[in-house]
Design a protein around this ligand. Structure first.
Ligand SMILES: Nc1ncnc2c1ncn2[C@@H]1O[C@H](COP(=O)(O)OP(=O)(O)OP(=O)(O)O)[C@@H](O)[C@H]1O
Length: 265
């Protein structure tokens, strides 16, 4: 499988602060990665590099067969689907759900299209079905619940048929039921061989959808471990990533973690 994203010794520095420190990472076609780390670990910074939104201070980034810095990023960006809080903030509340998904290419390309043809409409409706909100196509975005909004954001990120899908904390702010529904939807996407290579950012192992294949764990801008999910996501690695002793459970393809209790006596 060919590499969709390839980072070699990537560092991002701002003054004295090291946001990313010599990160090397390869994401290949068909892979579904979870990016885990505590607040401030550097996850969003890494997603900005992967989305061609940010250049590293040092190191090399290969993205969709191109070398970042030698290619027009405005040609690369439409090939990458991104869902993040920063993008969600810019979504107009009074637009209908169907139009929001339809206009994804406009949002990415910064280019206005007067009309969308039948194929676009069919694709938007199919994506809304796939993420489980087909019945909401005619509602305005502002009237949706947070969970419904997250699904629409994912449909919008998929509209341009991207080769790489970046989901930055899609479950943030959801209640338990909303999270579980979203995890199921992301699991369906993960198992679909037609889905693009995917990177999902999270703070919680409970949010890892079955079907995800790899994990990269970050702490203070450095990779703690990375590799195939089942062998890499261990209590030891998780404890090192979050800086406290943790117990990890794995049942029916789902993970759960909690702090290790001290036993007296
Ligand atoms: N311009 C900057 N100058 C200095 N430090 C910065 C700058 N931008 C970000 N940082 C710091 O870099 C670190 C990594 O930030 P980043 O947003 O990538 O973390 P994160 O893992 O996504 O965190 P969270 O889970 O809280 O969203 C943070 O400590 C942040 O305060």
């Amino acid at each position: 499988m060919s590499a969709v994203l390839e980072l070699a010794e990537v560092s991002v520095r701002r003054g004295q602060a090291s946001l990313l420190d010599r990160v090397s990472w390869v994401v290949r076609e068909g892979e579904r990665w979870v990016l885990l780390g505590a607040n401030g670990a550097g996850k969003t910074t890494l997603m900005q590099i992967a989305g061609a939104q940010l250049h590293p201070t040092s190191g090399a980034v290969g993205l969709l067969g191109e070398l970042l810095g030698t290619v027009d990023i405005f040609e690369l960006r439409p090939r990458i689907g991104v869902s993040s809080a920063a993008i969600a903030e810019q979504i107009p509340r009074d637009e209908t759900v169907r139009d929001l998904v339809l206009t994804a290419s406009y949002a990415v390309l910064g280019r206005w299209r007067e009309s969308y043809d039948g194929v676009d409409h069919e694709r938007a409706d199919a994506l809304l079905r796939e993420v489980g909100v087909a019945g909401l196509a005619d509602r305005t975005y502002g009237t949706l619940s947070e969970g419904e909004r997250k699904r629409v954001q994912i449909a919008r990120a998929l509209m341009t048929d991207p080769e790489l899908l970046l989901l930055d904390e899609p479950a943030a702010g959801l209640d338990l039921g909303g999270r579980e529904d979203l995890v199921s939807t992301l699991s369906v996407l993960a198992y679909d061989p037609l889905s693009p290579a995917t990177v999902l950012v999270s703070h919680h192992v409970e949010e890892i959808p079955p079907g995800f294949t790899h994990v990269l764990m970050l702490r203070d801008g450095r990779v703690v471990v990375q590799g195939p999910l089942e062998e890499t996501l261990t209590a030891e690695a998780l404890s090192a990533t979050f800086g406290m002793p943790l117990v990890l459970e794995h049942h029916d393809g789902r993970y759960a973690a909690r702090r290790k209790q001290h036993h007296r006596g």
